[in-house]
Design a protein around this ligand. Structure first.
Ligand code: MG
Length: 394
């Protein structure tokens, strides 16, 4: 049996407060569509994943699906029904006659448990079509102009979910029959199979398999992944970093990635960004994985004049390689001059951008040493940093 998944992502509706169709909105740092595709790509019975996108979404889709082992998306039509038809047409060439199975799934359902896929596939062993659904628990009312006109018996009523699975030839032929008959009003694929005279089985859906519909749904999904990212990483490590660079003649300094005009520059092998070096060392300290000098030896000419974001990025990559996240970074710059305050927002945004965390998770502060010591005498700048890293247990 060849099993294809057809992911319908052709919607063009832009929800309140977002500038993208919902399937391209990031939840927990990854687009909804990518999360949905990855569920099927990593589930063994599925051989091929075909995505259908809306006209004009080619660039957005290419960025969203970058690096995934799937064929180029197919362009959908004016209705969901037409989009599915286009997708089935593209899959036709890759499905063996009479032995193909297709799972048609809404891109906006990124919480699909794989057990639901398996229940649908199992039912297809004895039915031409099968869908996951949940028995309706609420009492249903029919109403008109704000007044109830009837109470609808809820026994035997189910709310349909996806993926809806079908014998490939059956659903392709049913779609063609519906189109030939001028029927374009079906809201799901099971309805087309039913209309075409096929029996469609119902298997147990899952309450988690919701369809993200409103801006509130997307926000809630985002919060869910953010919370999960922390719950999954209970091993909290705090690292510290300290760095000093001396002033030399010049006209600017680079601090936390921001160019700050000054009547001196800082001496160093790289760009001498003392703040970014301290934060990088703090992260490496939290991981107990050496220091900036051991990863990027000053003796190596490769790092001469290097932008220090290379170092910070490398430290963040090590956090990710351990399955961790940077929970917080805090940098204190110590100098009499230049004055830092006006640059703090830009510094936080720059560090957060490199680290791939919200700016709320990065602090930059400045203080003087009351004209005492080398920083007080204006001989150089010192920086302190702490980094809080969360790693998976064990
Ligand atoms: Mg340094």
């Amino acid at each position: 049996m060849a099993v294809a998944a057809l992911i319908v992502a052709a919607g063009t509706g832009v929800r309140a407060g977002r500038d993208l169709p919902k399937q391209y909105v990031e939840i927990g740092g990854r687009p909804v569509l990518r999360r949905t595709v990855e569920i099927f790509l990593s589930h063994r019975p599925v051989d091929r994943v075909q995505v259908v996108i809306g006209p004009g979404q080619e660039q957005l889709a290419a960025k969203t699906l970058d690096g995934l082992d799937i064929p180029a998306p197919v362009i959908g039509g004016a209705t969901r029904q037409q989009s599915v038809m286009n997708g089935l047409a593209a899959l036709s060439a890759h499905m063996p006659p009479r032995e193909g199975t297709v799972l048609i799934h809404d891109a906006a359902r990124p919480f699909l448990p794989v057990a639901v896929i398996d229940r649908v596939l199992n039912a297809l062993a004895s039915h031409a079509g099968a869908i996951p659904a949940l028995a309706v628990a609420d009492t249903l009312k029919r109403a008109h102009d704000g007044l109830i006109t009837a109470t609808v018996a809820r026994a035997d009523l189910f709310a349909a979910q996806t993926p809806q699975g079908f014998d490939f030839d059956t659903i392709r032929d049913a779609h063609q029959k519906a189109a030939s008959a001028g029927r374009h009003d079906f809201t799901d694929d099971a309805a087309i199979a039913e209309w075409s005279g096929h029996k469609v089985a119902v298997v147990e859906g899952d309450a988690r398999n919701i369809k993200l519909t409103t801006a509130d749904d997307l926000d809630a999904a985002d919060r869910h992944f953010a919370r999960q990212a922390f719950l999954d990483r209970p091993d909290v490590r705090v690292g510290q970093g300290f760095d000093v660079h001396a002033f030399v003649p010049g006209d600017h300094v680079i601090l936390c990635g921001v160019r700050v005009p000054h009547d001196r520059s800082l001496l160093g092998h790289s760009d001498a960004d003392v703040g970014m070096h301290a934060l990088t060392d703090a992260i490496l300290g939290a991981l107990a994985m050496g220091d900036i000098g051991s990863h990027f030896p000053p003796s190596d000419p490769k790092w001469k004049g290097a932008a220090s974001e290379i170092f910070l990025r490398a430290a963040i990559d090590l956090v990710h390689a351990r399955g961790g996240v940077l929970a917080h970074g805090d940098v204190t710059l110590i100098c009499e001059r230049p004055k830092i305050r006006a640059h703090v927002d830009a510094m936080r945004a720059t560090l957060a951008g490199i680290a791939g965390v919200p700016v709320e998770r990065i602090a930059v502060k400045a203080t003087t040493s009351e004209r005492l010591g080398f920083t007080g005498r204006g001989e150089g700048i010192a920086a302190l940093a702490t980094a809080t890293v969360r790693l998976p247990a064990g």
